[in-house]
Ligand binder design. Structure first.
Ligand SMILES: Nc1ncnc2c1ncn2[C@@H]1O[C@H](COP(=O)(O)OP(=O)(O)OP(=O)(O)O)[C@@H](O)[C@H]1O
Length: 229
Protein backbone atom coordinates (compact mmCIF):
# COMPACT_ATOMS: atom_id res chain seq x y z
CA UNK A 1 0.00 0.00 0.00
CA UNK A 2 1.31 3.47 -0.84
CA UNK A 3 2.08 5.38 2.33
CA UNK A 4 -0.39 8.11 3.12
CA UNK A 5 0.72 11.37 4.65
CA UNK A 6 0.10 12.11 8.29
CA UNK A 7 -2.35 15.01 8.58
CA UNK A 8 -2.84 15.32 12.32
CA UNK A 9 -1.28 13.89 15.44
CA UNK A 10 -2.33 14.24 19.05
CA UNK A 11 0.10 12.95 21.64
CA UNK A 12 -1.01 12.41 25.22
CA UNK A 13 -3.48 15.30 25.40
CA UNK A 14 -5.44 15.78 28.62
CA UNK A 15 -8.02 18.23 29.91
CA UNK A 16 -9.38 18.73 33.41
CA UNK A 17 -12.27 21.04 34.23
CA UNK A 18 -12.28 21.95 37.91
CA UNK A 19 -11.28 18.74 39.63
CA UNK A 20 -12.69 16.45 36.95
CA UNK A 21 -10.30 14.92 34.40
CA UNK A 22 -12.44 14.84 31.25
CA UNK A 23 -9.81 13.71 28.75
CA UNK A 24 -6.82 11.69 29.95
CA UNK A 25 -3.74 10.99 27.86
CA UNK A 26 -5.51 10.81 24.50
CA UNK A 27 -3.41 10.10 21.42
CA UNK A 28 -4.38 9.88 17.76
CA UNK A 29 -2.70 9.82 14.37
CA UNK A 30 -4.82 10.67 11.35
CA UNK A 31 -3.64 10.06 7.78
CA UNK A 32 -4.97 11.43 4.51
CA UNK A 33 -8.08 9.41 3.61
CA UNK A 34 -8.86 8.42 7.21
CA UNK A 35 -12.32 9.09 8.60
CA UNK A 36 -12.18 8.84 12.38
CA UNK A 37 -15.46 8.80 14.29
CA UNK A 38 -15.62 9.61 17.99
CA UNK A 39 -18.64 8.03 19.63
CA UNK A 40 -19.80 7.86 23.23
CA UNK A 41 -22.36 9.15 25.71
CA UNK A 42 -23.28 12.79 26.34
CA UNK A 43 -20.58 14.46 28.36
CA UNK A 44 -17.92 11.84 27.60
CA UNK A 45 -15.54 14.46 26.25
CA UNK A 46 -15.87 14.19 22.45
CA UNK A 47 -16.31 17.92 21.84
CA UNK A 48 -13.51 18.67 24.29
CA UNK A 49 -11.21 16.41 22.28
CA UNK A 50 -12.25 18.03 18.99
CA UNK A 51 -11.73 21.52 20.40
CA UNK A 52 -8.21 20.57 21.48
CA UNK A 53 -7.51 19.00 18.08
CA UNK A 54 -8.39 22.21 16.23
CA UNK A 55 -6.60 24.47 18.70
CA UNK A 56 -9.75 26.10 20.09
CA UNK A 57 -8.93 24.76 23.55
CA UNK A 58 -5.44 24.33 24.93
CA UNK A 59 -4.69 20.86 26.33
CA UNK A 60 -3.36 20.79 29.92
CA UNK A 61 -0.76 18.28 28.76
CA UNK A 62 0.36 16.86 25.45
CA UNK A 63 0.71 18.21 21.97
CA UNK A 64 -1.30 18.46 18.74
CA UNK A 65 0.30 18.89 15.33
CA UNK A 66 -1.25 19.56 11.94
CA UNK A 67 1.02 18.34 9.15
CA UNK A 68 3.95 18.55 11.55
CA UNK A 69 3.21 22.11 12.69
CA UNK A 70 2.29 22.67 16.34
CA UNK A 71 -1.43 23.40 16.46
CA UNK A 72 -2.48 27.03 16.72
CA UNK A 73 -5.89 28.10 15.50
CA UNK A 74 -4.47 31.42 14.35
CA UNK A 75 -1.64 29.97 12.23
CA UNK A 76 -2.55 30.88 8.62
CA UNK A 77 -0.91 27.73 7.25
CA UNK A 78 -3.12 25.57 9.48
CA UNK A 79 -6.23 27.63 8.81
CA UNK A 80 -5.69 27.12 5.08
CA UNK A 81 -5.70 23.35 5.43
CA UNK A 82 -8.24 22.66 8.16
CA UNK A 83 -11.97 23.29 8.00
CA UNK A 84 -14.12 22.73 11.07
CA UNK A 85 -17.75 22.91 12.07
CA UNK A 86 -17.74 22.50 15.81
CA UNK A 87 -20.29 24.67 17.51
CA UNK A 88 -23.18 26.48 15.94
CA UNK A 89 -21.42 29.06 13.86
CA UNK A 90 -21.85 32.71 14.60
CA UNK A 91 -23.09 34.00 11.28
CA UNK A 92 -22.95 37.65 10.36
CA UNK A 93 -26.55 38.78 10.92
CA UNK A 94 -26.54 41.13 7.94
CA UNK A 95 -24.86 38.87 5.37
CA UNK A 96 -27.05 36.62 3.24
CA UNK A 97 -26.49 32.90 2.74
CA UNK A 98 -24.73 33.40 -0.59
CA UNK A 99 -22.64 36.27 0.80
CA UNK A 100 -21.36 34.05 3.62
CA UNK A 101 -20.22 31.40 1.17
CA UNK A 102 -18.78 33.95 -1.23
CA UNK A 103 -16.78 35.53 1.59
CA UNK A 104 -15.43 32.16 2.71
CA UNK A 105 -14.50 31.06 -0.83
CA UNK A 106 -12.73 34.34 -1.66
CA UNK A 107 -10.94 34.52 1.71
CA UNK A 108 -9.44 31.11 0.95
CA UNK A 109 -8.52 31.97 -2.63
CA UNK A 110 -10.88 29.53 -4.37
CA UNK A 111 -10.48 29.78 -8.15
CA UNK A 112 -13.73 30.77 -9.89
CA UNK A 113 -15.53 31.41 -6.60
CA UNK A 114 -18.91 32.27 -8.15
CA UNK A 115 -19.31 28.91 -9.87
CA UNK A 116 -18.03 27.06 -6.81
CA UNK A 117 -20.41 28.86 -4.45
CA UNK A 118 -23.34 28.13 -6.78
CA UNK A 119 -22.45 24.44 -6.86
CA UNK A 120 -22.20 24.19 -3.06
CA UNK A 121 -25.44 26.13 -2.61
CA UNK A 122 -27.20 23.66 -4.90
CA UNK A 123 -25.67 20.71 -3.10
CA UNK A 124 -26.88 21.84 0.34
CA UNK A 125 -30.25 22.74 -1.20
CA UNK A 126 -30.13 26.37 -0.15
CA UNK A 127 -30.59 27.94 -3.59
CA UNK A 128 -34.10 29.22 -2.77
CA UNK A 129 -32.76 30.70 0.48
CA UNK A 130 -29.57 32.16 -0.99
CA UNK A 131 -30.72 35.76 -0.47
CA UNK A 132 -32.02 35.22 3.08
CA UNK A 133 -30.27 36.39 6.23
CA UNK A 134 -29.17 33.64 8.66
CA UNK A 135 -31.73 34.69 11.29
CA UNK A 136 -34.55 33.84 8.90
CA UNK A 137 -33.37 30.28 8.15
CA UNK A 138 -34.84 27.19 9.75
CA UNK A 139 -32.54 25.40 12.21
CA UNK A 140 -31.79 22.64 9.68
CA UNK A 141 -31.07 25.23 6.99
CA UNK A 142 -28.64 26.98 9.36
CA UNK A 143 -26.91 23.65 9.86
CA UNK A 144 -26.66 23.20 6.08
CA UNK A 145 -25.15 26.69 5.81
CA UNK A 146 -22.61 25.82 8.52
CA UNK A 147 -21.61 22.66 6.62
CA UNK A 148 -21.51 24.60 3.36
CA UNK A 149 -18.96 27.03 4.85
CA UNK A 150 -16.63 24.03 5.26
CA UNK A 151 -17.35 22.51 1.84
CA UNK A 152 -16.90 25.79 -0.04
CA UNK A 153 -13.27 26.25 0.95
CA UNK A 154 -10.12 24.21 0.29
CA UNK A 155 -9.27 21.72 3.04
CA UNK A 156 -7.12 18.71 3.77
CA UNK A 157 -8.72 18.00 7.14
CA UNK A 158 -12.39 18.32 8.04
CA UNK A 159 -13.35 18.33 11.73
CA UNK A 160 -17.06 18.04 12.47
CA UNK A 161 -18.94 17.86 15.76
CA UNK A 162 -22.24 16.02 15.36
CA UNK A 163 -22.67 17.15 11.75
CA UNK A 164 -25.99 15.28 11.56
CA UNK A 165 -27.60 17.64 14.05
CA UNK A 166 -30.97 18.95 12.86
CA UNK A 167 -30.62 17.48 9.37
CA UNK A 168 -33.61 15.61 7.98
CA UNK A 169 -33.35 11.98 6.86
CA UNK A 170 -32.37 12.93 3.29
CA UNK A 171 -29.88 15.43 4.69
CA UNK A 172 -28.11 12.76 6.75
CA UNK A 173 -27.99 10.46 3.71
CA UNK A 174 -26.53 13.28 1.59
CA UNK A 175 -23.97 14.07 4.30
CA UNK A 176 -22.88 10.42 4.47
CA UNK A 177 -22.36 10.28 0.70
CA UNK A 178 -20.52 13.60 0.73
CA UNK A 179 -18.16 12.55 3.52
CA UNK A 180 -17.41 9.20 1.86
CA UNK A 181 -16.56 11.11 -1.32
CA UNK A 182 -14.30 13.44 0.67
CA UNK A 183 -12.27 10.64 2.21
CA UNK A 184 -12.02 8.79 -1.10
CA UNK A 185 -10.48 11.97 -2.53
CA UNK A 186 -7.84 11.72 0.20
CA UNK A 187 -9.16 14.21 2.68
CA UNK A 188 -8.94 13.37 6.36
CA UNK A 189 -12.08 13.56 8.50
CA UNK A 190 -12.49 13.56 12.27
CA UNK A 191 -16.04 13.73 13.53
CA UNK A 192 -18.05 13.14 16.68
CA UNK A 193 -21.43 11.63 16.03
CA UNK A 194 -24.46 10.07 17.70
CA UNK A 195 -25.83 8.83 14.36
CA UNK A 196 -24.93 5.15 13.86
CA UNK A 197 -25.88 5.19 10.15
CA UNK A 198 -23.51 8.07 9.50
CA UNK A 199 -20.69 6.43 11.46
CA UNK A 200 -21.26 3.08 9.71
CA UNK A 201 -21.22 4.70 6.28
CA UNK A 202 -18.30 7.06 6.74
CA UNK A 203 -15.87 5.90 9.42
CA UNK A 204 -12.74 3.98 8.63
CA UNK A 205 -11.91 4.00 12.35
CA UNK A 206 -13.96 4.50 15.49
CA UNK A 207 -12.94 5.62 18.92
CA UNK A 208 -15.44 5.04 21.66
CA UNK A 209 -14.94 7.83 24.18
CA UNK A 210 -15.72 6.68 27.69
CA UNK A 211 -14.98 9.90 29.55
CA UNK A 212 -14.07 10.52 33.18
CA UNK A 213 -15.72 7.38 34.53
CA UNK A 214 -14.08 5.01 35.15
CA UNK A 215 -10.69 5.67 33.59
CA UNK A 216 -10.50 8.31 30.96
CA UNK A 217 -10.80 7.76 27.25
CA UNK A 218 -11.16 4.24 25.95
CA UNK A 219 -9.11 2.50 23.36
CA UNK A 220 -9.81 2.44 19.69
CA UNK A 221 -12.34 -0.05 18.35
CA UNK A 222 -12.08 -1.62 14.91
CA UNK A 223 -13.73 0.58 12.32
CA UNK A 224 -16.18 -0.03 9.53
CA UNK A 225 -15.59 0.83 5.91
CA UNK A 226 -12.14 0.81 4.39
CA UNK A 227 -9.40 -1.13 6.03
CA UNK A 228 -5.83 0.07 5.99
CA UNK A 229 -4.60 -2.98 4.14
N1 LIG B 1 -15.42 24.91 29.67
C1 LIG B 1 -15.88 23.94 30.48
N2 LIG B 1 -15.91 24.11 31.81
C2 LIG B 1 -16.33 23.13 32.65
N3 LIG B 1 -16.74 21.91 32.22
C3 LIG B 1 -16.73 21.70 30.90
C4 LIG B 1 -16.30 22.69 29.95
N4 LIG B 1 -16.40 22.18 28.70
C5 LIG B 1 -16.87 20.92 28.85
N5 LIG B 1 -17.08 20.64 30.16
C6 LIG B 1 -17.57 19.37 30.71
O1 LIG B 1 -16.78 18.34 30.15
C7 LIG B 1 -17.59 17.19 29.90
C8 LIG B 1 -17.41 16.77 28.48
O2 LIG B 1 -18.08 17.71 27.63
P1 LIG B 1 -18.09 17.55 26.05
O3 LIG B 1 -18.87 18.68 25.49
O4 LIG B 1 -16.71 17.35 25.60
O5 LIG B 1 -18.89 16.17 25.91
P2 LIG B 1 -19.43 15.42 24.60
O6 LIG B 1 -18.90 14.03 24.65
O7 LIG B 1 -19.12 16.21 23.39
O8 LIG B 1 -20.98 15.40 24.88
P3 LIG B 1 -22.27 15.46 23.92
O9 LIG B 1 -22.44 14.09 23.33
O10 LIG B 1 -23.36 15.80 24.88
O11 LIG B 1 -22.04 16.55 22.91
C9 LIG B 1 -19.00 17.56 30.31
O12 LIG B 1 -19.25 17.05 31.62
C10 LIG B 1 -19.00 19.07 30.30
O13 LIG B 1 -19.93 19.60 31.22
Amino acid sequence: MASRSVVLTASGISKTFGEVPIVSDFSLTVHAGDAVALTGRNGAGKSTILRMLIGAQKPDTGRVEFEGIRMSETNPEIRRGMASVIDDLDFFPDLSVVEHLDLMARAHGVPEPDAHVDAVLAEVQLVPQSGQLPGTLSSGQRRRLALATAFVRPRRLLVLDEPEQRLDVEGVAWLADRLVEERKRGLAIIMASHEPHLVDAVATRRIHVVGPEPAGVAAEAPGAGEADA
